[in-house]
Design a binder for this molecule. Structure first.
Ligand code: ATP
Ligand code: MG
Length: 466
């Protein structure tokens, strides 16, 4: 059941004090249009309290009982309405960050650009954001804008104003835990039903304000299987270069959300379609755009499909492996070029990895705790070629063996190394000590035989040498 505002004016007046602006502003300018929200009662939507995290409900009821407005908003509401399990629960409130902190002992205030309260319950964090507003900042420092890009946004407002500051219509739905209603200011319900990602407000300026919204549009389209509304979509490719202005630490966080959310392959293809992938990973985009037509590079696609499959099976995925996959193409090309110049494999790989990484970290800052293991994964690759003597045993005990072996399997799948090599390593791990012994001996004997055959052949070719 949908209850339009007109019918519930009295109820709304008490609920959202200060929300409906009907008077002429003091400066005499034309009245800003009051946005009429649609309030959807419990029997008109599918959100059940039973599916909401108990901790989120605790936060909402506690804020309400201490005299603040508080709603569930964002992905939690969106995903519940779609019958999906939300990744996390976000709360929007009229309480200022300091007020939130005073209500919860287990609370920390974070973020300078966008001040937020994190309320901790063991491993679960409920993110609580104070209603934001578009209005002029009263004090310098509350909002900081440069070239249309918002660098700091801590101007607080009402629920209605907050709804306008959200990114997409489907993310601007508010769930009120005290009466089980959903409040929809932007026709988000109809976009949810129709599977549409639509940016709120003036598309160009909203993307300019925060270019990360370009990535978010793609992420939600891929994750939910939605289309991006044509008006929202039309400037995306043109505005893609704006991503270069986004701090590399923020892009790192966004990349994890893009590729570790379970729809990495779909996201990757869409990012490439809008020219966004090249902004994030220029060297990889360059390598992919020069792919040899006889040998299409499928390594990244396979790696991302594999990441999605692992998440589906509840297996772990690490940022180190993900970045190793995303950056391997340029690393491999650089490595091969150096090998052609007669460089030693280990050094060639080290050099190429170093070059690619130092270029990449100008765009996305990869923390050292992930870039070190990532380099190990690459660096171990040539060592898989050595299958005789003690070396395979040593490789097996390397702390990064498992990840490097998974990486080798992907390379074999992509046709980059012989499947026989990957198969050998699979068998070697499963073999008992006697079998292991014979596998590594065979390698030695095989090499010995090969060497002998080669020298016999040479003798036949050059009989005069005898
Ligand atoms: P997810 O399932 O990934 O958590 P989400 O929509 O909840 O999706 P969050 O990053 O958790 O995404 O943000 C919560 C909400 O905050 C969003 O739904 C949106 O309303 C708002 N929001 C987040 N980032 C932005 C942004 N860059 N611009 C405007 N609003 C944003
Ligand atoms: Mg969220």
């Amino acid at each position: 059941m949908v209850v339009p505002l007109k019918q519930t004016a009295k109820w709304l007046k008490t609920k959202f004090s200060g929300l409906i602006r009907s008077s002429t502003p003091p400066d005499g300018s034309a009245r800003q249009d009051a946005v009429t929200p649609t309030v959807i009662a419990r029997d008109g939507h599918t959100i059940s309290r039973a599916n909401i995290s108990r901790n989120a409900i605790r936060v909402l009821t506690r804020l309400n009982s201490t005299g603040h407005e508080a709603y569930l908003v964002g992905g939690g509401v969106r995903d519940l309405l779609l019958g999906r399990e939300p990744k996390d629960f976000d709360v929007a409130t009229s309480a200022l960050p300091e007020e939130v902190k005073s209500v919860f002992r287990n609370c920390r205030l974070i973020g300078r650009r966008f001040r937020l309260a994190h309320v901790y319950f063991g491993r679960e964090i409920i993110e609580v954001a104070t209603f934001r507003s578009n209005k002029q900042a009263a004090e310098e420092g509350e909002r900081h804008v440069e070239n249309g890009m918002i660098l700091r946004d801590n101007v607080y407002g009402t629920l209605e104003e907050d709804a306008q500051r959200r990114d997409f219509t489907i993310n601007a739905l508010y769930y009120n835990v005290s009466d089980f209603t959903v409040i929809d200011f932007a026709d988000g319900m109809s976009d949810l039903r129709n599977g549409v990602i639509r940016l709120l407000g003036n598309v160009e300026s909203r993307f300019r304000e925060d270019p990360v919204r370009l990535l978010r549009a793609v992420r939600f389209a891929a994750k939910l299987g939605f289309i991006i509304d044509p008006e929202t979509e039309s400037p995306m490719q043109r505005l893609a270069p704006l991503l270069s202005e986004v701090p590399s630490a923020r892009l790192y966080e966004e990349v994890l959300k893009l590729f570790l959310g379970g729809s990495a392959l779909e996201t990757f293809e869409k990012l490439r379609h809008y020219g966004l992938f090249g902004q994030l990973f220029p060297a990889t985009e360059e390598a992919l755009s020069h792919e040899d037509h006889d040998f299409p590079i499928t390594f990244v696609n396979r790696g991302l499909a594999n990441t999605d499959a692992r998440l589906q099976q509840d297996k772990s995925v690490t940022p180190a492996f993900l970045f190793a996959v995303l950056l391997w193409e340029p690393v491999r090309l650089g490595y091969e070029a150096l090998l052609e110049q007669q460089a030693q494999p280990i050094e060639a790989l080290q050099t190429s990895a170093g070059d690619v990484l130092s270029e990449q970290t100008r765009h996305i800052s990869i923390p050292k705790r992930f870039s070190y293991p990532m380099r190990d994964i690459w660096q171990l690759q040539p060592r898989f070629e050595q299958r005789q003597g003690k070396k395979p045993y040593r490789l097996l005990t390397h702390p990064r063996f498992r990840a490097a072996y998974d990486f080798l399997l992907l390379r074999a799948e992509a046709g980059e190394v012989e499947t026989e090599l990957a198969k050998w390593w699979t068998e070697f791990q499963q073999a008992n000590s006697q079998q292991k012994q014979s596998m590594t001996d065979q390698g030695r004997r095989g090499r010995g035989r090969r060497r002998k055959r080669r020298s016999n052949k040479n003798k036949r070719k050059n009989p005069s040498d005898e």
